[in-house]
Design a protein around this ligand. Structure first.
Ligand SMILES: *[C@@H]1O[C@H](CO)[C@@H](O)[C@H](O)[C@H]1NC(C)=O
Ligand SMILES: *[C@@H]1O[C@H](CO)[C@@H](O)[C@H](O)[C@H]1NC(C)=O
Ligand SMILES: *[C@@H]1O[C@H](CO)[C@@H](O)[C@H](O)[C@H]1NC(C)=O
Ligand SMILES: *[C@@H]1O[C@H](CO)[C@@H](O)[C@H](O)[C@H]1NC(C)=O
Ligand SMILES: *[C@@H]1O[C@H](CO)[C@@H](O)[C@H](O)[C@H]1NC(C)=O
Ligand SMILES: *[C@@H]1O[C@H](CO)[C@@H](O)[C@H](O)[C@H]1NC(C)=O
Ligand SMILES: *[C@@H]1O[C@H](CO)[C@@H](O)[C@H](O)[C@H]1NC(C)=O
Ligand SMILES: *[C@@H]1O[C@H](CO)[C@@H](O)[C@H](O)[C@H]1NC(C)=O
Length: 278
């Protein structure tokens, strides 16, 4: 009688767990679509802002994140610095990422226009594609910057929402402590990006919920999960990332909880399974 009650409870618990689609919030889907261009001519303000990661399941989430692009031009003033990585020249910026307007992850930064700027040049050339025209329009409804670059004056302050994302609990559990956002260039594949950034290809596929056969599109963001050692390689200035005491204590804590669960519930769980299947 006692055993069948235990198996009943166990079954209920499993059914209860299956009510929650845990998988769907455990990673972020790739946000690239076909026909995405770096241009600004399409009015897409009414559609969901493309290329920003949803934080609606983690509203309190905030973290540090990295923006990584390949570029020959550099904007040191905006906090992007050059890093030579393998045979690849990258520009990189560390940002604090948080859940913001419209349940999207972002880092809001300020930019003062110089003569000739338009939302298109700001999005694609000044910020390497880490912001989008539609988000610039929605944050800064100044039509004259949007339409006529040649008439834009200097020194107009523009709010710039930069794309970023925070690791999910599942990703933290396997040692990923931040997600870098990489802007895909024409003719790049997951294989070439993984090789250039010295990150495992399957880790990138997993983080973006992609399969081996999915096509990548240029000018779209791709998440690159960084564990503490990879961050160390990518961001040599951030020596804290190499010996993160937080991460190490977190992992110890998680391991201890795991052992306690096995010791405390192991015998009753196996008894329950035994009564179900025998
Ligand atoms: C992309 O553009 C091509 C040609 O203009 C069109 O046939 C195709 O349906 C578009 N794809 C999407 C997903 O919009
Ligand atoms: C975009 O929207 C603005 C204002 O709503 C309009 O003036 C402009 O013509 C539109 N541009 C395109 C390319 O549809
Ligand atoms: C954006 O990131 C910078 C650099 O980490 C940080 O100083 C700033 O507070 C962040 N802004 C927001 C709104 O998160
Ligand atoms: C933009 O200009 C204002 C006023 O001149 C200044 O206070 C601010 O620091 C500037 N911001 C940036 C990002 O350069
Ligand atoms: C853009 O601005 C220039 C210089 O102010 C002006 O001559 C031109 O007519 C404007 N073009 C449009 C389409 O508004
Ligand atoms: C919008 O941009 C124009 C110049 O292109 C500038 O004169 C005007 O002050 C701006 N408006 C606001 C509200 O910033
Ligand atoms: C990149 O891809 C485009 C279109 O698929 C092709 O025309 C071009 O030759 C490619 N460039 C390189 C350097 O492979
Ligand atoms: C991708 O393909 C490789 C070999 O072709 C395989 O080892 C790997 O598991 C595949 N990864 C995914 C996520 O399908």
């Amino acid at each position: 009688m006692e055993a069948s009650f235990a198996s009943y409870c166990c079954l209920c618990f499993i059914l209860f767990l299956s009510l929650f689609p845990i998988q769907s919030v455990s990673q972020y889907p790739y946000l690239g679509t076909a026909n995405q261009t770096s241009g600004c001519s399409i009015n897409d303000t009414n559609s969901t802002p493309n290329g920003y990661y949803s934080c609606k399941h983690f509203p309190a989430g905030s973290c540090s994140s990295y923006l990584i692009a390949k570029s020959k031009s550099h904007n040191h003033d905006l906090g992007f610095y050059d890093t030579s990585f393998g045979n690849t020249n990258l520009v990189m910026k560390a940002v604090d990422c948080s859940c913001g307007r419209g349940h999207l992850y972002g880092n809001i930064t300020e930019y003062n226009t110089t003569s000739g700027d338009s939302y298109e040049t700001i999005a694609n050339h000044v910020f390497y594609g880490f912001t989008s025209c539609s988000m610039l329009r929605s944050f800064n409804p100044n039509h004259s910057i949007d339409i006529n670059a040649s008439s834009t004056e200097e020194g107009i302050s523009v709010e710039v929402p930069l794309r970023c994302a925070c690791p999910t609990q599942d990703q933290k559990n396997v040692g990923i402590h931040s997600l870098a956002v990489y802007m895909v260039q024409p003719n790049e594949s997951i294989t070439s990006i993984a090789r250039d950034l010295l990150v495992d290809k399957d880790t990138i596929l997993d983080a973006n919920m992609l399969s081996n056969t999915t096509q990548l599109y240029p000018f779209t963001p791709l998440l690159v999960p960084l564990n503490k050692y990879e961050t160390c390689k990518l961001d040599p200035s951030n020596s804290d990332a190499c010996v993160s005491p937080y991460l190490e204590s977190y992992l110890k804590y998680a391991a201890t909880i795991g052992v306690i669960i096995i010791i405390a519930f192991g015998p009753s769980l196996s008894l329950a399974l035994f009564t179900i299947f025998v």
